[in-house]
Design a protein around this ligand. Sequence first.
Ligand code: GRF
Length: 192
Amino acid sequence: MSSSACLAIFISGSGSNAEKIIEHFQHHESIKVGLLLSNNGAAYGLQRAARYNIPTLVFTKTQFHESDEIVTILKAAGITHIVLAGFLWLIPDNLIAAFPLRILNIHPALLPKFGGKGMYGMRVHEAVCAAREIETGITIHEVNAHYDEGKIIAQHKCTIEKTDTPESIAQKVQQLEHQYYPVEIENWIRTS
Ligand code: GRF
């Protein structure tokens, strides 16, 4: 790996994963979180980042999809790697081209099952529950121009009991996310 890495985290909502990532790298010798970005000015994750003195940026659809502004800002901030943590917009081609194989996402199910456009948040866990799956989990994958289709870096599983509901499944999956996303990000950076 290069001598040091600087992460940008993209979020759209609560940002609990972002907070775990920030905590994980807070005192890291060679990897730091340089910026947290959101398409949603009301995202609670912005407040979480501010508590750790991580710079934040809120952007519009036009800035993101119809200009190079975000790429310019990321490059100027020295960002080397991008992680998506509950970010709901498709990543535009110019951003993928500027960070080839340097963008990671987490999906709250075992891809290729229960992925694709519109599969996010509780919709995923409701679909998993309705399909009477016996296990679910998380998938950490590289990002390309299609929702949930990049190379899979890691998957972690949990079992589903007959008594589980979409809500209890969501809790189990969130626990896996918090436990594994930061360390898998670190492994990915080290080996990339
Ligand atoms: C997580 O379940 C993640 O897998 C999905 O969006 C959710 C984000 O949760 N992509 P949070 O904002 O990190 O709490």
